[in-house]
Ligand binder design. Structure first.
Ligand SMILES: C[S@@+](CC[C@H](N)C(=O)[O-])C[C@H]1O[C@@H](n2cnc3c(N)ncnc32)[C@H](O)[C@@H]1O
Length: 267
């Protein structure tokens, strides 16, 4: 664990800059909107208990805590968790945000036995070797019937992204059958997956009612990034993304996929 977290700890400034950029804001806005389609009230109409695995500095957690839910952020990088704690403090959310330092593959008993209403596993799969094992581990703390949300980079977007942004059809062709993507921010070679591959894994783990959403179906294929900082242009783009997140064929080539599902009784 000692070295695993360093690449995340040292990239905090770049990561936070990415989150504040239009494409970062869209990623969190779309994820939240998709979760809202499925979030029930907690027992007795109260707040939900949400677990954000590999939750980083709490980009999703802050939004959910601001809605009144109790969110536990688990991450292995101390700098990420310190930033999550600082964000919770700034927003007056410390009562509703708990940070736990742990590796997702070695969760403490209070987390695995937590019986959470919702578990998020957003942008972790690209860093792990064994996806089925990671998803089974992530589902363990979720109560039966609870909501699971998993997000990862969409492999289908890689050749399109290269063709459109780098204007390089030869490199796009080479990327058609590739399954890795170099990420400079976290100095990592990321594993790429598709929703079509992950859906059967979830179903084999007993998940039900799996839904597929696309995160950034258009943004990454509009190459004028500077224009996205214009508030009116951004507002139009956000409306377009919200209108297409659950709409075929757009979600199939979006930059990321988000899958929501209910934990079944056989998991
Ligand atoms: C790209 S960030 C995503 C953070 C957050 N889920 C989001 O989407 O904003 C990836 C995070 O996964 C964490 N991480 C990677 N492998 C992990 C593991 N095995 N256990 C816990 N956290 C892990 C890193 O420390 C980092 O904070």
């Amino acid at each position: 664990m000692a070295q695993d977290h360093e690449k995340f700890d040292t990239a905090m400034a770049t990561w936070q800059e990415w989150q504040d950029a239009p494409w970062g804001r869209l990623r969190y806005t779309l994820a939240e909107a998709n979760l809202m389609r499925h979030l029930d009230e907690g027992p007795g109409g109260g707040p939900l208990r949400i677990l954000d695995l590999a939750g980083g500095d709490g980009g999703d957690a802050m939004r959910l805590a601001a809605q009144g839910h109790h969110v536990t952020v688990v991450d292995l990088a101390p700098a990420m968790l310190a930033a999550a704690e600082a964000r919770a403090e700034e927003r007056g959310l410390t009562e509703r945000v708990t940070c736990v330092r742990a590796d997702v593959h070695a969760l403490p008993a209070e987390i695995t036995g937590g019986g959470f209403d919702v578990v998020l596993c957003h942008n972790l799969l690209q860093y792990v070797d064994d996806v089925p094992d990671t998803l089974a581990t992530a589902l363990a703390p979720l109560k039966e019937g609870g909501l699971f949300s998993v997000m990862a980079i969409n492999r289908h977007s890689a050749p399109l992204n290269i063709a459109v942004r780098e204007l390089d059809p030869a490199a796009a062709l080479a990327a058609l059958d590739g399954n890795r993507l170099r990420n400079e921010m976290f100095d990592s070679d990321l594993a790429l997956h598709t929703a079509e591959e992950i859906i059967p894994v979830l179903e084999n783990l007993g998940c039900q009612d799996v839904r597929h959403y696309g995160i950034r179906s258009f943004c990454d294929y509009l190459t004028d990034d500077a224009r996205k900082y214009d508030p009116a242009y951004y507002a139009d783009l956000e409306r377009l993304e919200l209108a297409t997140t659950a709409r075929a064929p757009y979600m199939h080539t979006a930059r990321l996929f988000q899958l929501t599902a209910r934990k079944g009784t056989t998991v």
